[in-house]
Ligand binder design. Structure first.
Ligand SMILES: O=C(O)CC1=CCC(=O)O1
Length: 270
């Protein structure tokens, strides 16, 4: 899990206080944002404007999602592989230490980095995520389904996992429909093998854990498990939000993230 020079990096956007898209991002602690399985950087569209007044915000796409190449990972991928891509991206931007927030699989990547590369992660937020996504078999089965049949059926069913009844964000469902099935399946492989329940005590970064009160995919009990295991953790439950809380309740999520990354003790300094 290193960021070797010349390595291919995920698609990303750079926005905010430094204002130099795709350039080195300077002195302020940059904030990296990771998205969930099936979505893209668009998951953060309603939250990023509130963050970039205070931070250089770097959003990255999972392999085969959004505009990232699919061949960044392959079958049998791990969350550690995804974390390696984030480090390669940070290295390519000249970023040593960063703040990191991620949703679901994107949050698992942040937790993995905080456990295994604590020197790189200054502060962490895990949003609608988990230390263990409920067992290997369902994820292996979903990977097999994606490889066999593509993503149309999974996209049809996604709003029930992602949003409360009556709410949707068509762009995010379209992103899942357009994702690369092989890369999506490789991300499912990563979720199948992922289990950080025994490593939470190793996290040194001050950590915000955000749960959606109505989230069926990573219910609030998953967030409580992380908050109880990480030594310096704060738990916030967002009322009326399902799994994609940054899209469904952007105001509450922005407020929680700003309090953690900008106003918290020791926050905001490089
Ligand atoms: O799409 C889902 O099933 C919800 C989800 C689980 C892990 C992730 O990133 O999204």
């Amino acid at each position: 899990m290193t960021g070797e020079p010349g390595r291919k990096v995920p698609h990303h956007t750079v926005e905010g206080v430094q204002g130099h898209p795709d350039k080195r991002v300077g002195d302020a602690t940059p904030l990296l944002l990771g998205s969930s399985l099936g979505t893209s950087t668009a998951l953060w569209d309603a939250v990023a404007p509130g963050l970039r007044a205070a931070h250089t915000v770097v959003r990255w796409d999972l392999p085969g999602h959004g505009r990232s190449p699919a061949d960044l990972i392959g079958p049998g991928a791990t969350v550690g592989d995804l974390a390696g891509l984030v480090l390669a991206l940070a290295d390519s931007l000249g970023i040593d230490r960063f703040a990191y927030a991620g949703v679901s699989l994107g949050g698992a990547v942040g937790l993995h980095l905080a456990v295994h590369r604590p020197e790189r992660v200054e502060r962490l937020a895990v949003v609608c995520s988990s230390a263990h996504f409920g067992g290997e078999t369902p994820w292996r089965e979903r990977a097999a389904l994606a490889r066999r049949e593509g993503l149309a059926g999974l996209a049809d069913a996604a709003p029930r996992r992602w949003f409360t009844p009556g709410f949707t964000v068509p762009r995010l469902v379209a992103d899942l429909r357009a994702a690369d099935p092989g890369a999506y399946a490789a991300c499912c492989d990563a979720l199948a093998a992922y289990d950080l329940r025994g490593s939470l005590a190793a996290v040194r970064a001050p950590t915000l854990v955000v749960a959606g009160s109505e989230d069926p995919a990573t219910p609030p009990a998953h967030a409580r498990e992380i908050a109880e295991g990480v030594p310096d953790a704060t738990l916030v439950e967002v009322a009326g939000a399902s799994h994609l809380a940054p899209a469904e309740r952007p105001g509450a999520v922005t407020e929680a993230l700003l309090a953690h990354f900008t106003d918290g003790p020791g926050a905001g300094s490089a």
